[in-house]
Design a protein around this ligand. Structure first.
Ligand SMILES: Cc1ncc(COP(=O)(O)O)c(C=O)c1O
Length: 382
């Protein structure tokens, strides 16, 4: 797949002057240490007498982790966890996307479309292509308030759609889905028999305080088409742990587990044990939010309204007339960034050449580095 990252690498390769060092602000992997003593927890677990490594891991989910994920889902939804809910542990959300898309394609063999917002996290497109699904791109932009609007899509397409994939909140545009948007999408899913996958991996990092975001978990009771994926990569700044989950009704989870039995990695029991502690703990997430907010403030003090600030997560989007030019100039000064138009797709292809007018910068470093990054950006972007 000719995705945004390979295209960006090619752009950098072509440039004559290359910096000796560059900050990797072009992607979303937190470079700061997690706000939780993961290593300490692992050491304690290793001291326990039971042998953690002789047996195969529980490929569905250890009971301890399941309880923690259920409690987490109850906290973020406005209803109790429903009785027929079940979860599967995954190696982050990336492979969870492929599992759910593969399940949807197998279940609805005759259907050939996936509906995906544009721009988006590139893994969605890769998973759809891998499953021979044609991508129907739904634009996200200022005019529609960055909310996917599926109401104008032809019936013929909807009847032929296996899965809708949405992000709550989004990436690169970091807006939560409105309650009405989720309701509208689930009602279309019901009418046209479409699986609906909502990726909430940034959900807990709410940095804009004047919001009351709605997790799709609140809709499990109402929709049998809904599946949610989540991970600890952003919530706990621990992408290297490789731990996430798929949540849906028991029936669907069994079917997805059957698909996963052949194509997916298992998550070691010790990682499942430490993951349970991370899903139980909101204090380290609040600390993470506070530290992101301190970094956002540095940008606000320097750039005011010329930047699109996140509702959730750590991406800021610099507004610009010429994305490529800004990305090249930032790189020359030692900052890698992502033109949002590179994440834009049409009919499953990323090379749209559409201008979006934003450059995404991940505030993935610690405070002192972010101050330096901000002052470098200021020298280039004004
Ligand atoms: C929206 C979104 N979903 C999924 C992922 C994959 O993350 P992970 O597999 O670490 O959970 C990312 C990573 O950047 C992302 O931005």
């Amino acid at each position: 797949m000719n995705g945004p990252f390979s295209r960006l690498n090619r752009l950098y390769e072509k440039l004559e002057s290359k910096p000796e060092f560059s900050y990797k602000c072009h992607f979303g992997s937190p470079i700061t240490a997690p706000n939780y003593d993961i290593v300490g927890s692992l050491k304690l677990l290793l001291d326990e007498p039971e042998n953690l490594f002789s047996e195969y891991p529980n490929s569905r989910c250890t009971s301890e982790l399941k309880v923690s994920i259920f409690k987490y889902l109850s906290r973020v939804s406005d209803c109790d966890v429903v009785s027929d809910l079940d979860v599967l542990v995954t190696s982050g959300t990336r492979e969870a996307i492929t599992s759910v898309v593969t399940f949807a394609k197998h279940k609805k063999k005759k259907k050939s479309y996936a509906i995906v917002p544009s721009p988006c996290y590139p893994g969605y497109i890769g998973s759809c292509k891998f499953n021979d699904l044609d991508v129907f791109s739904v634009p996200l932009n200022e005019d529609n308030g960055f909310q996917p609007d599926l109401t104008g899509i032809d019936r013929e397409i909807l009847e032929n759609t296996a899965i809708i994939i949405l992000t709550n909140p989004g990436n690169p545009f970091t807006y939560y889905l409105k309650k009405e948007t989720i309701e509208q999408v689930l009602s279309i899913a019901e009418e046209f028999d479409i699986e609906c996958l909502i990726d909430e991996c940034f959900f807990d990092l709410q940095v804009s305080s004047d919001l009351n975001p709605v997790s799709a978990a609140s809709f499990f009771e109402k929709s049998r088409f809904l599946t949610i994926i989540h991970s600890l990569s952003k919530r706990s700044a621990s992408a290297g742990l490789r731990s996430g989950f798929i949540a849906s009704n028991k029936f669907k989870i069994s079917e997805i587990a059957n698909v996963r039995a052949f194509i997916s990695p298992t998550v070691p029991n010790i990682i499942q044990q430490v993951s349970a502690r991370l899903w139980d703990d909101e204090l380290h997430v609040n600390n993470e939010i506070n530290s992101i907010n301190e970094k956002i403030k540095v940008f606000k003090d320097n750039f005011g309204n010329s930047v699109l600030y996140p509702e959730a997560g750590f991406f800021v989007n610099l507004k610009t007339e010429d994305e490529k030019n800004l990305v090249e100039r930032l790189y020359a000064k030692g900052i890698k960034s992502m033109p949002v138009s590179f994440m834009e797709h049409s009919n499953g292809e990323f090379n749209t050449n559409k201008k979006h007018g934003y450059v995404r910068v991940g505030l993935v470093y610690g405070f002192d580095d972010i101050v330096k990054i901000c002052s470098i950006i200021k020298g280039v972007y004004s």
